[in-house]
Design a protein around this ligand. Structure first.
Ligand SMILES: C[S@@+](CC[C@H](N)C(=O)[O-])C[C@H]1O[C@@H](n2cnc3c(N)ncnc32)[C@H](O)[C@@H]1O
Length: 232
């Protein structure tokens, strides 16, 4: 509930319908559990969080609140969402952020400690995944983390509910933009394989307990050095 209240206040410059939509999203998505996986920044230091497909920026704003010391970078395909996110950050007086309109398929290699991609890759054709994930890997500092949230296809009943919701949001109401109108939900094995083939050590964390859709988080750990022992 604290997260929903925070989102409500953060998005105060937005029209009521979008504010409400994002508050509901914050209640139905395990943002807090994902941010728990981001290490705390030591006092006096700064880490960079890059959010690809950041929407209205609620994950970035929440991450800054729960993990002070993060410098924030967000991109999204939807120019209106980025415009509204900028308004919200300005109104909330949250500094140290950069937001840009860009496709995840075009973002240039950068430098980040953490890269988040939350409920975005299902809107991207599978043939583009390997290139995008490789750019994430190359952008991460040694020891950096990729936080990739998608859905667990191993839970067919919850997945069916999610597909209904997404058909409504993307194809009927047009609330969510994508490169195309069909969805890509690879199996957990396929996602793990893609991440491992790039060089990530992979952790798979089911986050669907208490939720009506099969949330799942893949954490890709970029090794600190080539000689790092694998995660147990
Ligand atoms: C379901 S929303 C998730 C938004 C945000 N990550 C969150 O968790 O609240 C999907 C977002 O991905 C964005 N998106 C879809 N395809 C994209 C692409 N090719 N490049 C960048 N953003 C994209 C949409 O505009 C939308 O904001």
């Amino acid at each position: 509930m604290a997260i929903a209240l925070f989102v409500w206040h953060f998005l105060s410059p937005l029209p009521f319908v979008w504010r409400l939509h994002q508050v509901i999203r914050s209640l139905l998505s395990p943002f807090g559990k994902i941010i728990d996986r981001i290490p705390r920044t030591p006092p006096g230091e700064e880490r960079t969080l890059l959010d690809l497909g950041c929407g209205h920026g609620i994950f970035l704003a929440l991450a800054r609140r729960m993990r002070p010391g993060l410098s924030l970078v967000g991109i999204d395909l939807d120019a209106e969402k980025i415009r509204q996110a900028r308004q919200a950050f300005t109104k909330a007086k949250i500094s140290g952020h950069q937001l840009a309109v860009m496709s995840i398929a075009d973002f240039p290699e950068g430098t980040a400690d953490y890269v988040a991609i939350l409920d975005v890759m299902y809107l991207v054709p599978l043939v583009l995944w390997a290139g995008i994930l490789k750019t994430c890997y190359d952008s991460l500092k040694p020891g950096g983390l990729l936080l990739l949230k998608e859905m667990n296809t191993g839970k067919p009943a919850k997945l069916a509910v999610l597909k209904l919701e997404e058909t409504l949001a993307v194809n009927i109401l047009g609330i969510t933009k994508g490169e195309e109108t069909s969805f890509t939900f690879p199996s957990p094995e396929e996602i793990r394989k893609q991440l491992q083939s790039i060089g990530f050590e992979v952790e798979e964390i089911p986050l669907d307990r208490g939720y009506h859709v099969p949330h799942m988080l893949w954490i890709g750990h970029k090794p600190s050095s080539p000689d790092d022992p694998p995660l147990s």
